[in-house]
Design a protein around this ligand. Structure first.
Ligand SMILES: C[S@@+](CC[C@H](N)C(=O)[O-])C[C@H]1O[C@@H](n2cnc3c(N)ncnc32)[C@H](O)[C@@H]1O
Length: 259
């Protein structure tokens, strides 16, 4: 296990200021991901008592519902929670935190964290997941990682690394050098299985830029500098995609463990 410091609360909740943009621009998850979750859980999603923690605007929540799971969304950020409430008014929503799940012991068949595990304190969230899962229940953590083996994405990755002044591989985004998420403090006492699910989507350039700008690194950076970076990206990507449609490529990295 790689040990990481607990994330800064201000950054963890930075999405609140961009909830509508997040809901409109962030990528969804492919069907094959949910097939893989069922496979690793050894049971169908239909009828499963699922907690979608760090549910955000409900992108994964909706997909779990579509597969027939009985989902409760758990989200600490008021802005994200309000957006989820608008988009999925009938879904039970608890304003809560993965570090302190407000649920009874052994009450869930499945706990999912779609791009949200890394915002928790893994020592506390892992203990909570173990407590709230029934024996035989599954903890599933996943991340949509931009596929930086695709040349234009790899080049964009290098620009992001320069802009934010971080070491290559530290954005948690590119997978050119292997898994981007293996080091994300997976609980050592659970036996995780790892699956990769590649997929693509075609979106207008404006959506691609809104997607990029909805990441916490941008949301916690000086607005003017962020706008400048995104304007330069726009010009570069128009040269790459003259018709204004960007083909984004992802690998969903899934880690699932049965309690
Ligand atoms: C990148 S978003 C992911 C949202 C959604 N699951 C999705 O797939 O789009 C991360 C979410 O984690 C939430 N979050 C931050 N700290 C958290 C914590 N300690 N426990 C649970 N969720 C947290 C944020 O408010 C945000 O909505």
């Amino acid at each position: 296990m790689t040990t990481t410091a607990s994330p800064q609360p201000s950054r963890a909740l930075s999405f609140d200021r961009a909830a509508a943009q997040y809901a409109a621009a962030r990528p969804n998850y492919p069907d094959a991901l949910f097939d893989a979750v069922e496979d690793l859980a050894g049971r169908p999603l239909r009828g499963a008592r699922a907690l979608d923690v760090g549910a955000g605007t409900g992108i994964a929540t909706r997909r779990l519902l579509d597969r027939g799971a009985r989902v409760v969304a758990v989200e600490p950020g008021p802005g994200m929670a309000a957006q989820l409430r608008r988009d999925l008014p009938d879904v039970p929503l608890v304003q809560g935190d993965g570090n302190r799940l407000p649920f009874a012991t052994a009450s869930a068949d499945l706990i999912t964290y779609a791009q949200s595990w890394h915002w928790t304190d893994p020592a506390r969230s892992a203990a909570e997941a173990r407590r709230v899962l029934r024996p035989g229940g599954t903890l599933a953590l996943w991340w949509n990682v931009a596929d930086s083996t695709v040349p234009w994405i790899g080049a964009q990755e290098e620009r992001l690394v320069r802009f934010f002044g971080v070491e290559p591989g530290k954005l948690g985004r590119g997978i050119a050098h292997g898994s981007a998420t293996q080091g994300r403090a997976l609980p050592p006492d659970l036996d995780f299985t790892y699956r990769r699910v590649p997929w693509t989507r075609s979106v207008p350039l404006a959506t691609h830029l809104d997607n990029l700008g909805s990441h916490s690194a941008f949301l916690t950076t000086d607005d003017e500098a962020a706008r400048g970076f995104l304007a330069e990206e726009r010009a570069l990507l128009l040269a790459e995609f003259p018709d204004g449609t960007v083909e984004e490529a992802y690998v969903v990295e899934l880690h699932a463990a049965v309690r």
